[in-house]
Design a binder for this molecule. Sequence first.
Ligand SMILES: Cc1cc2nc3c(=O)[nH]c(=O)nc-3n(C[C@H](O)[C@H](O)[C@H](O)COP(=O)(O)OP(=O)(O)OC[C@H]3O[C@@H](n4cnc5c(N)ncnc54)[C@H](O)[C@@H]3O)c2cc1C
Ligand SMILES: NC(=O)c1ccc[n+]([C@@H]2O[C@H](COP(=O)([O-])OP(=O)(O)OC[C@H]3O[C@@H](n4cnc5c(N)ncnc54)[C@H](OP(=O)(O)O)[C@@H]3O)[C@@H](O)[C@H]2O)c1
Length: 451
Amino acid sequence: MALLPTVCVIGAGSSGIAAVKALDERGFEFDCYEASDRVGGLWVFGNRNGRSAAYRSLHINTSRDRMQYADFPMPASYPDFPHHTQIAAYFDAYVDHFGIRDRISFETLVTRVQRLPDGRWEVSTDSGTTRTCDALVVANGHHWDPRWPEPAFPGQERFAGVQIHSHDYKGDDPLFFRDKSVVVLGMGNSAMDIAVEASFTARATYLAARRGAYVIPKYVFGRPLDSLGASPRIPFELRRRAQEAILRLIVGDMERYGLPKPDHRFGEAHPTVSDDALSRIAHGEITPKPSIVELTESTVRFADGSAVDADIVVYCTGYKVTFPFLDPDLISAPGNDLPLFRRVFHPDVPGIYFVGLLQPIGAVMPLAEIQSAWICDHLAGRYHLPGDAELRADIEAERAAMFKRYVASRRHTMQVDFDDYVLATKRERRRGERRAALAGHRLPVAPAVPA
Ligand SMILES: Cc1cc2nc3c(=O)[nH]c(=O)nc-3n(C[C@H](O)[C@H](O)[C@H](O)COP(=O)(O)OP(=O)(O)OC[C@H]3O[C@@H](n4cnc5c(N)ncnc54)[C@H](O)[C@@H]3O)c2cc1C
Ligand SMILES: NC(=O)c1ccc[n+]([C@@H]2O[C@H](COP(=O)([O-])OP(=O)(O)OC[C@H]3O[C@@H](n4cnc5c(N)ncnc54)[C@H](OP(=O)(O)O)[C@@H]3O)[C@@H](O)[C@H]2O)c1
């Protein structure tokens, strides 16, 4: 067999293990470094890596069938929206099923990655090792580095109560919210789950938002909403009209619940999914508010001039995309923005690949699986990228369409529609296979010849 490039994978969450499996079954020589003592990343509640955003009550909000890897279905005994413990167990079962656990170096944090003058990568870890590889696969996750409100609200430093980011909310102290006045900021999925949870024990729960969102249920017509996926061959506008009609019928206008009217149409923001939030609002257990403008020692003031006494503020304000091990002059994502070709290939830095660095409407895992197989094809010379001008034009077109469709926000910098991404990837891989064949399957990253 021809000599293949050597690879290093950073992270063994649900994205990294898909990469490890793909590399292993195609005979690549590789290392995978995982900071934790186990696989699963975010889905390991209380993960020893200190990075998991999971709270005790967390269930997935993309349905089981959407989230499972194509070649390893979740157990049929699982519910449609399993608990995080079941999801973590599933990732454990995946690595055991494919026999790849011993291909991962656990409790090994990658501290620094340097690009060498010959284009290879020098990877240093906290275990004191330094290895060199031809290609780097980055799968370090993008929901672990909390983004607090920027700039901070006036008075945040004076507030005498508790201020936490949703990342640090664990939900394992039943007294945490009890009899407290709680303000939850944000309209994403963290805000929904945490406001609902607070509302069962808090004295008062306020849900503060700077922008409205369409809160959609997990189930419609007795089935997971995301299983009613419309074909990517149907134009987006038609699909959207069908979804809007369903929502109008089942949920109605957000203003009827006292929530702000969204400043955008359905499909122009990452979905906010909750079966419970609207019900808790309708029961008077959550009170909608506009965004926070100021905190005093004991109060939170909102944009409409109203103020409430508060004991706890939970900032569900999202995450930063960061790569602490990379030189920021080489690669960084200011404002969460890292332009990539089809969310995998860097336009300027060959030999580095990203897995799971996207926000799908739909689940991440099957896309990470596709990306991993694609990277392997590329590294084996079976897939060639388009020429530079075409590649950059493709990135620009994709970004222009995304920024045109989505509300301007740091949470909308890498949105993809699941089924559209799968179809577009399939087509692009076919085109790239033809390019590779024309070029005689030349390897894009030359493997270093062993000494
Ligand atoms: C609360 C919450 C709920 C979510 N629910 C869903 C859902 O229902 N469906 C869905 O599809 N997505 C969901 N997501 C998105 C989530 O990002 C993905 O589900 C998934 O965790 C992504 O996997 P990942 O492997 O890319 O990242 P992670 O799960 O974050 O894993 C990254 C791994 O890399 C390791 N690592 C990082 N840096 C280093 C380093 N320097 N050296 C060594 N190891 C390193 C970490 O230890 C970790 O194990 C949710 C996100 C949040 C915050
Ligand atoms: N049950 C589940 O499966 C589950 C639970 C939680 C999270 N998740 C997933 O985890 C990811 C992160 O979700 P998330 O909810 O933590 O973050 P998010 O989707 O990034 O949402 C952040 C929210 O905070 C708002 N915000 C940010 N900065 C603000 C500021 N300074 N002032 C006021 N509002 C501000 C944003 O408003 P703008 O829109 O105006 O920017 C947005 O409403 C998503 O993929 C989500 O689906 C899933």
